[in-house]
Ligand binder design. Structure first.
Ligand SMILES: [Zn+2]
Length: 309
């Protein structure tokens, strides 16, 4: 009796154990095939949403995602690029018809018109008192030429975008440079909005100090780029916005030929006291062929031509 009871209890324990464990074991088996299924969504590459980004410093575009890859070109500060893809700190970007990889550190998300992104706390929101400090006369046109300099400015809402005629002629000039000296010239800065210029100027003051900023950068409302008639030009890779650009074949050709396409070298070497800006061998302003030819032949600055200074 005693032994039978033990046996019955033993069987009972086994049955209970089986009842508890069996569904678990079955469950485990059922879950197994699910595991590869769970991994599947990870393998599906999420499509990158294309965005526009702005360069916050000179930025190298490379053939691959890593500094060991060859440099395709350098992109100047403040340029808008199209980000096509992103992986491990590198964006695949498109700029001026070229595609390559750039490190994320110097690319920033801003609103399209150069407005600081309000969600980005490190960028100050634009103040609205700036215009009141500006005592310069606005929208000065002489002889059909819009004069913008440290004295004459533009209203903050003046937003013409790139002038189509000027754009057509800059493209023609680039084509001719290729034909005549076999050099690739790039127009990398055209129209800039008031607010975008403001950001550039403030950043120049912060980086290089007020004195430097005044020589090389215009205060908002006083940049020729806001007219949509000015371009910064450069060679394929080197000396973007650097005085050394003057010694390149591209620069020499531009200085001697820009007038044929209606452009003038706006800030010549020996005219800083007249234009208010240091020599900028890269900055060209569209004034039309007739005016450009006269200005070139007389070797004068736009201020001298228009104001007889
Ligand atoms: Zn410029």
């Amino acid at each position: 009796m005693h032994v039978r009871l033990k046996m019955i209890l033993g069987v009972l324990v086994l049955v209970i154990a089986a009842v508890i464990m069996l569904p678990r074991m079955l469950n485990d088996k059922e879950e197994e095939p699910e595991q590869p299924a769970a991994e599947e969504p990870v393998e599906v590459v999420e499509e990158f949403q294309e965005i526009y980004l702005f360069t916050t410093d000179y930025l190298n575009m490379r053939t691959g995602p890593g500094t060991e890859n060859e440099k395709v070109r350098t992109i100047p500060v403040g340029e808008k690029v199209r980000a096509i893809d992103y992986e491990d700190g590198w964006y695949l970007i498109e700029y001026n018809g070229q595609t390559g990889y750039s490190i994320e550190d110097y690319l920033s998300e801003l609103l399209e018109e150069g407005e600081p992104n309000p969600e980005s706390p490190e960028i100050e929101a634009p103040e609205e008192t700036q215009e009141e400090e500006d005592t310069g006369e606005i929208m000065k046109t002489i002889d059909g030429i819009l004069l913008v300099n440290k004295t004459y400015g533009l209203p903050s809402d003046y937003y013409p975008d790139v002038n189509s005629e000027a754009k057509q002629w800059v493209e023609q000039m680039i084509t001719n440079a290729k034909d005549e000296i076999n050099k690739e010239i790039i127009a990398f800065s055209g129209f800039r909005s008031y607010n975008y210029q403001k950001k550039l100027y403030n950043s120049s003051v912060e980086t290089d100090g007020e004195e430097y900023a005044q020589r090389y950068s215009a205060k908002p409302g006083h940049s020729e780029h806001q007219t949509g008639l000015a371009f910064d030009l450069g060679g394929q890779m080197k000396y973007w916005l650097e005085p050394e650009f003057a010694d390149t074949e591209e620069s020499v050709w531009l200085a001697e030929n820009a007038h044929r396409f209606g452009f003038i070298l706006r800030y010549p070497e020996d005219k800083e006291n007249i234009t208010g800006y240091a020599y900028e061998p890269w900055h060209f302003r569209y004034v039309g062929e007739d005016h450009a030819k006269k200005i070139y032949e007389e070797g004068i600055a736009l201020e001298e031509y228009l104001l007889g200074e």
